[in-house]
Design a protein around this ligand. Structure first.
Ligand SMILES: C[S@@+](CC[C@H](N)C(=O)[O-])C[C@H]1O[C@@H](n2cnc3c(N)ncnc32)[C@H](O)[C@@H]1O
Length: 290
């Protein structure tokens, strides 16, 4: 174009697009296009650990997938293949497929979470709920009945300055990380970790807010969760329900348990947290209990 000057760069720097996982496999002659189509398209980075779900039809490539992911993320040290979560302690079923070192420190929203990603869950799908909890609890006495390593207690303590957060955890390993994370986030004066069964450890009629961040069996602890609240306190009741029973089933659970204690429920909000399994949603109900 008239008036435009062409400038020849001495040492031109070319932008190299970081190859994606599929790019790294596409040119490998022993990998069929069908296999390439089944390769993982997403993974989750927890500190220096990558967790990835692999389609069983390409599981024989798991070590190649692991080392390829490490080559894409040079600051990561280990890749874990994810096979889901099980049991009362919600322990992940994982396998090291590349590198080593499963203990890591994950930073999210200004909060530090130390954990062993091989033995302790950390749900990517609960990010928004962790962010939401970080905006609640100001000047309150909060009881976190299923605290884990501090998924909800820490964001709340770091960003909202509650008076006190009683963080109850049954799994000694998770409790160990919870106490360490309280130190790492410098919230010793706010978060009070308790190793034990929340059914036994919750106070009675004192809490301004109760967080029940569990799934599948949460209703078994509703009596204690409601009993812990002072009149007018707020309950966050998490549960997994078939999509067709959402939100009615959660409201019914809380209404029934409250009525058994002669208490009334004012529903504030019910929302989906994440898809839990085919046809099942993880949801949370917020309600004021008078
Ligand atoms: C699903 S995890 C917490 C998930 C967390 N809310 C999140 O957002 O990712 C539930 C935690 O509750 C703990 N737990 C299970 N039963 C418990 C009980 N009766 N009392 C206290 N903690 C319990 C488990 O060990 C686990 O660490």
């Amino acid at each position: 174009m008239a008036g435009q000057k062409t400038v020849r760069q001495e040492h031109p720097e070319f932008y190299h697009k970081t190859p994606g996982l599929v790019d790294l496999f596409r040119d490998r002659d022993r990998i069929s296009p069908e296999q390439v189509a089944l390769l993982p398209r997403s993974w989750y980075i927890l500190g220096t650990v990558i967790t990835v779900k692999i389609d069983p039809r390409v599981e024989d490539l798991k070590r190649d997938i692991g080392s390829a992911l490490l080559s894409i993320y040079p600051r990561c040290r280990c890749v874990l293949m994810d096979r889901g979560i099980e049991g009362q302690f919600r322990v992940p079923k994982r396998e090291v497929i590349a590198g080593s070192g499963t203990e890591t420190v994950h930073r999210e929203n200004g909060v530090v979470f130390k954990l062993d990603a091989m033995k302790i869950m950390f749900s990517a799908g609960n990010l928004n709920e962790r962010m939401r909890m970080s905006r609640l609890g100001d000047d309150e006495f909060v009881v976190d009945m299923f605290a884990g390593i501090g998924y909800f207690s820490l964001p709340m303590a770091v960003h909202s300055r509650p008076d006190r957060v009683l963080s109850i955890e049954l799994n000694p390993l998770a409790y160990g990380y919870l106490t360490e994370n309280v130190r790492l986030n410098k919230v010793e004066g706010i978060v009070d970790p308790v190793l034990g069964d929340c059914a036994e450890e919750v106070p009675e009629g004192e809490a301004d807010r109760v967080v029940m961040g569990f799934v599948e069996f949460t209703d078994r602890y509703l009596k204690e969760g409601i009993r812990a609240l002072r009149p007018g306190g707020t309950l966050h009741y998490h549960q997994t329900v078939p999509e067709r029973l959402y939100p009615g089933a959660l409201v019914e659970d809380v209404r029934r348990k409250a009525e058994e204690q002669g208490r009334r429920v004012r529903v504030l909000r019910c929302a989906r947290v994440k898809k839990y399994s085919p046809g099942v949603v993880h949801a949370v109900l917020d309600a004021v209990i008078t």
